[in-house]
Write a protein that binds this ligand. Sequence first.
Ligand code: GLC
Length: 448
Amino acid sequence: MNNINRLFISKLGTIFILLINCICLNAQQKINPALIKDKMQWFADAKLGIFIHAGIYAVDGIDESWSFYNKKISYANYMKQLTGFTLKNYNPAAWAELIQESGAKYAVITTKHHDGVAMYDTKMNQLSTVKATPAKKDMIQPLFEELRKRNIKTGAYYSLIDWSHQDYPGFIKDSARYQVKNDYDRWNRFRHFFQSQIKEISIQFNPDLWWFDGDWEHSAEEWESEKVRNMILSKNPNAIINGRLQGYGDYATPEQNFPVSRPKDNWWELCMTTNDNWGFHHDNNWKTSYEVITIFVDAVANGGNLLLDMGPMEDGSIPKEQINVLKELGAWNKKNGEAIFNTIGGIPQGHYYGPSTLSKDSTSLYLFVHGKNSGEIMLKGLTNQIKDITVLGSSIKPTHKIVGKISWSHVPGLVYINLPEAALDKYITVIKLTFDNPVKLYSGQGGL
Ligand code: GLC
């Protein structure tokens, strides 16, 4: 073998090793939280996101996509809504303004729901707000621009399911078009279609976060989830991917159901509606601002985020009840945000009968007091000396007393904090305790 050949083979070897490293790195990224920790930091600090379900289902105010799937309306009548989708009052700057006012640090909008209607100018078919509705508009780009101007991270919801596409197996409940195993060519055509749409979204909008949905209808192999993940990361290595990609996402997405015990996942986000529906709907079961704020605090205290949904109407206006909740949430965040943003989940249950958070260095502890609960607030097992106690947004200083500390025992006394009624917030009051050192708790069973 001459030198040139040797050089060529050794170069080939290096390329091969690099390639293997690359493949392993991508595979590892899925399973090794240490590798994705950096890119997840903004998400961990963000705490609040706004979900936007915009779609033609707002025209009649019916269940998003599911209404034809579940046979509440015929497919033909569902699709007639295309002609009523005008966006004539769509004001992305006002949306972004409202999102910012709520205190949210990211927003996730539907680029395509299960009904297959793209909310942007897809080149892959004719089914989009641009080509098939009187709105004739791409909703995504102008919103992302307005969000970015305000330093709000951008998220693209994308439904893997596409019940309108002729090559997609599922259509209406109890009547699929075909089975993947019986027609792999047809499934491959659909795969090409949806992966091309993902490429389009990636190139045109470069989202900071991808919010996949509908992965339950097929396996990771069928979706080619790993390939999809790598495709996204090759364009934007910092893109965050939610957990609905059959095992290839970065964080968990419990939906509507509130975790009672603290989730074990490193990163998680509760997505929740403001009434009982994702899209605009004639449903008046609105959650009150108090309820939304308590749920939000509960998620953050348990180490998670809240992705709170709004469903704009077909003309692009946002229902007044949702505007109101977002503004109330924003006012509360303005006053109490120190206890929320850039914090970490609080102390374990049992030390304080309510939610709590900690500053990142754990030298500040924030206790959340619900409703009209003034008087003596009890904290158990605190071994630190208290340096200071304040109430966020108030100049009133609560007094405190240590009760039952036995001089010869290592078990700390109980802390009773006297929270005056005048210091109470309209929704949730935050008591801040500061220490010289990171919080240290005794959590034993008493005794000597
Ligand atoms: C579910 C529903 C979908 C909704 C989503 C939001 O997956 O199928 O309609 O958009 O939840 O989390």
